[in-house]
Design a protein around this ligand. Structure first.
Ligand code: SF4
Ligand code: SF4
Length: 474
């Protein structure tokens, strides 16, 4: 079926956004979070932490040895379920915060927001305030145009490179890797990772910006299912702002609140400041929109205007739908309490697991081919592959014994003692011999027990295994 040209144009090009700077309490909170996040991210790889058996780096993700170092916590491959716990905590924290304060994570903590803020700051410092940036964008090529654009993009690339390189430094000895990187002797993945992270930072924070939040971020799509009428959102108080006759600029007989109220005009003076500061370019007066990242800069903007006029703040504020309709906000509700309880339980579980982590671990696999061997002296022999992990930073000598299989003996061949280096593993082949036990047949449960001294502490670990007695081949 033929369609006219107008119907066929489904694509809308990006309208560039040049946010105006604003000051206020939410902007201050955002700068503080940004400063803290950047300090942590950029400084951490350089922080030293004395270790006996690895690089003295406080935070390092050693992919080669598959060990993550987080200050005094060492994450071995066997502790991978901690990652699942961390992801679970992150998910429930997001549900909990979204249920109460809407998209607050996006506005204050998301990497995309933090890096875009810095990119906008650079643009502002080089090209000037919003009107100057719009003028420059619209102007024809000139020396000033080229110079300002070039400096902006160069600084953006510098921030992107610093971001990418810092990320890479977490995966090795930062000082050594840094030297290798600039002398051209670093491993290829270091260059590839830095290049990828630098380019993605430049594109996401410099070029795509709010489009990432609106079109790419899945959270923007499903956040609404966590919202309800009690969720605090950045909202325009339409009743106050519009009254019966709508908003109006300050003009003749509309300068004071009394004059405006007499004309049934609302408190919004239609200055547009809230729209100009918005990093996603939306007008919050049109209601809650998917593009709103809850950064509250429009709150700061409107508060600034209200302060200048001497009127009460809060025309744009954090408020629930219920509050805006004249009701009350109920944050203590079953959904939020449920999210909170699961969150507390997950955090407590993770802390407990980290605090009580054993320095040893063991995995036992019974050799099943053959399941048992009848020896010439009438004894039965079962064999086991045992993997022993030393998760400590010291070399340990382990003693192994059996429990729960009276009279059984262990044969480890030529191995007299099990010595394992720091953060290492060994595989031991063990034969267990036992006379047939009277009244016992089939699979007899018993335990392998290993014990070692680590510093002043004696650490013990045990694992259940089965001994197959004669006649049971099931
Ligand atoms: S509408 Fe307000 S809270 Fe939402 S993104 Fe824009 S400035 Fe931030
Ligand atoms: S900043 Fe406040 S007064 Fe100005 S247009 Fe926005 S809502 Fe209206």
């Amino acid at each position: 079926m033929a369609k006219n040209a107008e119907e066929l144009i489904l694509f809308e090009g990006r309208v560039p956004i040049y946010p105006r700077s604003v000051q206020g309490r939410f902007r201050t909170i955002k700068w503080s979070i940004l400063l803290f996040a950047y300090s942590v991210y950029f400084i951490l790889p350089w922080v030293r932490w004395q270790r006996e058996s690895a690089v003295d780096q406080a935070v390092m993700f050693d992919i080669q040895d598959r060990i993550f170092y987080l200050f005094s916590v060492i994450v071995n491959p066997q502790d991978i379920f901690w990652l699942a716990a961390v992801l679970m905590i992150a998910a429930f924290l997001l549900f909990f915060v979204t249920g109460i304060a809407g998209r607050a994570f996006c506005g204050y903590f998301c990497f995309q927001t933090l890096w875009t803020d810095v990119y906008i700051l650079v643009e502002h410092l080089v090209q000037g305030e919003r009107p100057a940036r719009i003028r420059l964008a619209k102007s024809a090529w000139s020396t000033e145009w080229i110079l300002k654009k070039a400096v902006t993009h160069l600084l953006w690339l510098l921030v992107a490179f610093a971001t990418g390189l810092t990320f890479t430094l977490y995966w090795g000895d930062a000082y050594e890797l840094f030297g290798q990187f600039f002398s051209g002797t670093a491993p290829f993945p270091a260059y590839a990772t830095t290049l990828f992270l630098s380019l993605s930072t430049y594109v996401m924070a410099g070029l795509a910006r709010e489009q990432v939040c609106t079109y790419m971020c899945p959270y923007a799509r499903f956040q609404s299912i966590m919202f309800d009428k009690d969720t605090l959102i950045v909202a325009y108080d339409e009743k106050r702002g519009e009254a019966e006759a709508g908003r109006a600029k300050l003009g003749k007989d509309l300068k004071t609140q009394d004059e405006r109220h007499a004309s049934n005009v609302g408190d919004c003076i239609d200055c547009g400041f809230c729209v100009q500061v918005c990093p996603t370019g939306i007008d919050i007066r049109d209601g809650l929109q998917m593009s709103c990242i809850s950064c509250a800069l429009c709150v700061d903007a409107c508060d600034t205007i209200m302060d200048k006029l001497g009127w009460q703040r809060g025309l744009i504020r954090y408020a629930s739908e219920n509050e805006l309709e004249g009701g009350e906000t109920h944050l203590l509700k079953l959904k939020n309490i449920g999210y909170g309880l699961v969150l507390i339980a997950a955090i407590a579980g993770l802390v407990w697991s980290v605090a009580t982590k054993s320095q040893l671990s063991m995995a036992v696999t019974q050799v099943r081919n053959p399941l048992y061997v009848m020896l010439s002296d009438g004894q039965l022999q079962n064999s086991y592959d045992i993997k022993l992990n030393n998760k400590s930073e010291k070399t340990v000598v382990m003693q192994m014994r059996l429990e729960g299989l009276p009279g059984a003996v262990m044969d480890m061949g030529k191995i007299k003692s099990i010595k394992i280096g720091p953060l290492s593993s060994v595989n031991v082949f063990v034969r267990v011999k036992s006379k047939p036990l009277q009244g016992k047949s089939g699979q007899i449960p018993f335990r392998f027990v290993v014990e070692t001294d680590i510093g002043d502490e004696t650490v013990t670990e045990s694992k259940k295994a089965l001994f197959t007695m004669r006649g049971d081949r099931k």
